[in-house]
Structures are given as C-alpha cells and as structure tokens.
Design a protein around this ligand. Structure first.
Ligand SMILES: [Zn+2]
Length: 73
C-alpha cells in the first residue's frame, strides 16, 4: 500500500505520511522526534540551527538541480 508523499517543512526531505505517524503531519519522522541531544528546539538558538539546516538542504537541492539542467542543455 502506498502512502502519500509529503515534503518536510523542517528539513525539506520527502517522506511517507503514514496513518498514525507520531508528531507533525508536515514533518518527517526524524524532525518529529524531540531533539534530546541537540539544542532545545524552542530556544532561539535551536530554531536558528534548524533554519540554517533547512537552508543548507535547500541550497544542496538547488545545486543538484542546476547541475542536472546544465547536463540536459
Ligand atoms: Zn524533516
């Protein structure tokens, strides 16, 4: 059985939205988990850390897309 594919709002990764998945519906299982080792997610520093990680992922995807487009043209 196939589950709907969603894009995580926190890290930008695609994930299967399974029925009964714990955490947020718009976050992948990894980002739904409470961060026990990292900085507190509700602190300004923690939120900033998450943001930069998402930016890093976005930049990585953009670079990859640019590379693919360049190959095609
Ligand atoms: Zn995620």
């Amino acid at each position: 059985m196939a589950f709907p594919i969603k894009t995580c709002v926190a890290c930008g990764e695609e994930f299967e939205l399974r029925p009964g998945k714990p955490g947020f519906a718009n976050r992948c299982p990894t980002c739904s988990e409470p961060e026990e080792t990292g900085p507190a997610a509700n602190s300004p520093v923690g939120a900033k850390g998450l943001g930069s990680e998402a930016e890093l992922n976005a930049a990585r995807r953009k670079a990859m897309r640019d590379m693919l487009y360049r190959k095609e043209s």
